[in-house]
Design a protein around this ligand. Structure first.
Ligand code: PLP
Length: 256
């Protein structure tokens, strides 16, 4: 048996190293796990914004997964940027065979403003994959894009539960409030609010870092409530240690 919990991550590759698979690898390693990593898309981007997304061929992803999963048994799956709707079928097959917690960061729009998945793909993501998701982690803008008819963020949370996610954490880092308020939704209970100090800088890859930390902690066997508390604390710490690597937003300091 591997000594470190294995987290299977399907994410985009960000050459600036702030977001995507590099965020996953650094976060999971710092929390004691090991990443099995698949690249869903190559991106053209810097610390300011994303210029291009080149999706991986779904059949290549399928062959990578088929071979890898005959050898390794992940304890959690983390989905980040998915390159195209054509990948969803392959990923659904994966989630149905794995039977482990699934954290999905529905990456629809970059902090710099670029659309990373077109609206029809966003609707297909919701319809196809959300029923297999243990914990969905949209930021407020993504929650509104996923639920265009919802009156407010709480209505988005309820709608995303109805779409099949077992838990939803809507993060408020991209909202104008003084503090960052994140809200956890689960069936049959009132939303739980987490309030964190807003740091003065802006960050690139904060959402990926939080989702990867959640996956790492669920892979260790923490329950959802404990993983949510610890992953948010850990991410805030990484943001406090953020580093400047370019002229845009700072990237979380995740190194162990
Ligand atoms: N690039 C990749 C590969 C990502 O996964 C993400 C977000 O998840 C981004 C870019 C955008 O990150 P941010 O919104 O922090 O700039």
């Amino acid at each position: 048996m591997p000594t470190r919990p294995l987290v299977l991550c399907l994410s985009g590759l960000d050459p600036s190293g702030g977001a995507g698979l590099q965020a996953d690898i650094e976060t999971v390693a710092a929390l004691g796990g090991h990443v099995l990593g698949l690249v869903t898309a190559l991106t053209v981007q810097d610390t300011r914004n994303v210029a291009e997304v080149a999706a991986t061929d779904p059949e290549l992803l399928r062959r990578q997964l088929d071979l890898l999963l005959r050898d390794c048994r992940p304890q959690a799956v983390k989905l980040g940027l998915l390159g195209s709707a054509g990948q969803f079928g392959v990923i659904l097959d994966l989630l149905q065979t794995c039977g482990v917690p699934v954290v999905c960061d529905p990456v629809l729009r970059a902090g710099g403003g670029a659309r990373l998945l077109d609206p029809t793909a966003g609707a297909a993501l919701r319809r196809t994959l959300f029923p297999a998701v243990t914990l969905l982690t949209p930021n407020a803008a993504e929650a509104r894009l996923l639920c265009p008819g919802a009156a407010d963020l709480d209505a988005c949370g309820r709608e995303l539960l109805e779409a099949g996610c077992a838990n939803v954490l809507i993060t408020g880092g991209d909202e104008p409030a003084d503090d960052v308020v994140n809200s956890w939704y689960a069936a049959g209970r009132a939303p739980q609010r987490y309030r964190w100090p807003r740091l003065p800088e802006t960050f690139h890859g904060a959402g990926c870092t939080l989702a990867a930390a959640l996956a790492a902690l669920l892979a260790q066997g923490l329950d959802t409530a404990a993983a949510l508390q610890r992953a948010q604390e850990w991410t805030l710490q990484a943001l406090r240690r953020a580093q400047t690597v370019g002229r845009g937003r700072r990237i979380p300091g995740r190194a162990a």
